[in-house]
Write a protein that binds this ligand. Structure first.
Ligand code: PLP
Length: 384
């Protein structure tokens, strides 16, 4: 059956993959090599040097393209390296309209690295497409979206953002780390670039740091490939293999992440000690309708604010957790808890992060695939 016609759960296992040509190994071998023998100068079999291309990385890149319904995948040494490559498409004087509720590391990259080179970033709330349009000017080249956002779980209408990108001839890039293609495929909704911290759900086992881009357009893929090779922030063969292996079970893991996420979101919302729970599956979530139309389910990421709690109270709660691990990152099989104000979002100034709701007492959960009763019991004892 043609690869494009496979359903998502089959693409995760087979997409872009063929048994290895040398011995028929079902999993692509880890080609742990920097270079390749040539019969004559330039006479190689598609691989000359592993920064430019490596067969294990190619296998991962083909899988990424398949699951995101794109034509070209590119794998990088981290999610931030992938974002870095996208911004390098721009030139001094260009401007970017970015979501304000953004991963702290992306904010730091934009503000502290790229602003020095003359690129300007406007951070805005994007729940309302009119607000995006109001921030576009004749220097704007790129719209940068995360949805659901980290950590406020705002949902942005990708189709509406794509219509604006088309209208003003801009690129639309979507950080799909939280949702994964199991829940939404931004390229199908009109985005030009999908980005991943594959460190998270795609890898899925908290054992690797990798980034990814997927696009449909050949011209754009060529430009990004040029940057990938010229800047050199590629991922190694072992890491490529680990993410490829992770992707094969993505759909099964995501199904459980979503089930457990729903149960925990409901537990927290019924807990009188909790002030506010942020999860796009709630009917009263401000963008629930958009979430329902562009996502197949609501995921395992949840943020909440305990009632009357300070920075220190929130820190105590996360320290008391025993089944949830207090750690940076998300999307692995194990449940993690984080305190954005002191961890993932510490690089965003307090006034800036509070504008988007990242208050001192906010706690973020990445709900894993353990037995949900154990997770709820753990939250119960930690919240007290
Ligand atoms: N985007 C999001 C939404 C993230 O959560 C992260 C990391 O936490 C990144 C990008 C950066 O990815 P990496 O840590 O793989 O560089």
């Amino acid at each position: 059956m043609g690869e494009k016609r496979l359903k998502f759960n089959s693409k995760t296992v087979h997409g872009g993959q063929q048994p290895d040509k040398a011995y028929g190994s079902v999993m692509p071998p880890i080609y742990q090599t920097s270079t390749y023998a040539q019969s004559t100068p330039g006479g190689h079999r598609g691989y000359a040097y592993s920064r430019s291309a490596n067969p294990t990385r190619t296998a991962l890149e083909n899988s990424l393209a398949s699951i995101e319904n794109g034509n070209y995948g590119l794998a990088f040494g981290s999610g931030l390296a992938a974002i870095d490559a996208v911004i390098k498409l721009l030139s001094p004087g260009d401007e970017v309209v970015s979501i304000n509720d953004i991963y702290g590391g992306s904010y730091r990259l934009f503000k502290q690295i790229f602003e020095k080179f003359g690129i300007r970033f406007h951070f805005i709330g994007m729940q309302d497409a009119e607000k995006i349009e109001g921030s576009i000017n004749d220097k704007t080249r790129l719209i940068w979206v995360e949805t659901p956002t980290n950590p406020m779980m705002n949902v942005i209408d990708i189709k509406a953002a794509a219509q604006l990108a088309k209208k003003y001839d801009l690129l639309l890039a979507v950080d799909n780390t939280f949702a994964t293609p199991y829940l939404q495929t931004p390229l199908d909704l009109g985005a030009d670039i999908v980005m991943h911290s594959a460190t998270k759900y795609l890898g899925g086992h908290s054992d690797v740091v990798v980034g990814a881009l997927v696009v449909k357009d050949k011209n754009l893929a060529d430009k990004l490939y040029f940057i990938q090779n010229a800047s050199g922030a590629v991922c190694g063969p072992m890491d490529s293999f680990l993410v490829l292996r992770g992707i094969k079970t993505l759909h099964v893991r995501m199904q459980r992440h979503c089930e457990n996420g729903k149960a925990i979101a409901e537990y927290l919302t019924n807990n009188p000690k909790i002030e506010k729970v942020y999860w796009p599956g709630f009917e009263d979530h401000p963008n629930h309708d958009v979430a329902k139309s562009q996502m197949t389910d609501f995921g395992g990421m949840i943020s909440f604010v305990p009632k009357g709690s300070s920075y220190e109270d929130a820190v105590k709660i996360v320290e008391r957790l025993k089944v949830f691990t207090l750690a940076e990152s998300l999307g692995g099989v194990e449940s993690l808890a984080g305190h954005p104000a002191s961890m993932t979002h510490a690089s965003i100034p307090k006034e800036e992060r509070e504008k988007s709701g990242v208050v001192d007492a906010l706690i973020r959960l990445s709900v894993g695939i353990e037995d949900v009763d154990d997770l709820i019991a753990d939250l119960e004892q930690a919240i007290g």
